[in-house]
Design a protein around this ligand. Sequence first.
Ligand code: GDP
Ligand code: MG
Length: 163
Amino acid sequence: MSFTLAIVGRPNVGKSTLFNRLVGKRLALVDDTPGVTRDLREGDARLGDLKFIVIDSAGLELAEDDSLQGRMRRLTERAVEEADICLFLVDARVGVTPADEIFADILRRKNAHVILAANKAEGRAGEAGALEAWSLGLGEPLQISAEHGEGLDDLYSALQPLA
Ligand code: GDP
Ligand code: MG
């Protein structure tokens, strides 16, 4: 039994960095996989002994016009529908933004199973932002660094029960 994890969050929080770290070189970006929209990248992820499918809601970065909110919402909803669990990333160095609140709201409305993580938290730089993320009401924020590979043991512990 495996599961599908969707990485969601506003642009620039580190979704693709984490996607690439979890997928490594094992699988390419799949544009034509049936059931996966072109705006969602899917790959085979590995974390310790866990193997699962990961979705990066990559298309969000492409939307810079005034339909950004609508596009964000639709893509996130699609990612949530395709996934068993969502990893909701915020930027620990920036703290919680209004856009983060919108995502939190979408996830709540969709009744998504959410793991919250404050990324860019290497070297304790994200301590304050991570604390702030409690205010999203989605439970305890993990502190991770997608770029430096920190905190992934906590992510493992959070995902392990799903395997
Ligand atoms: P996305 O828009 O959510 O997919 O974010 P990206 O993965 O494209 O990352 C946005 C920026 O944040 C890039 O410049 C990354 O190098 C940087 N970034 C991602 N993860 C980390 C991290 O753990 N620590 C730091 N300091 N920067 C990061
Ligand atoms: Mg990206």
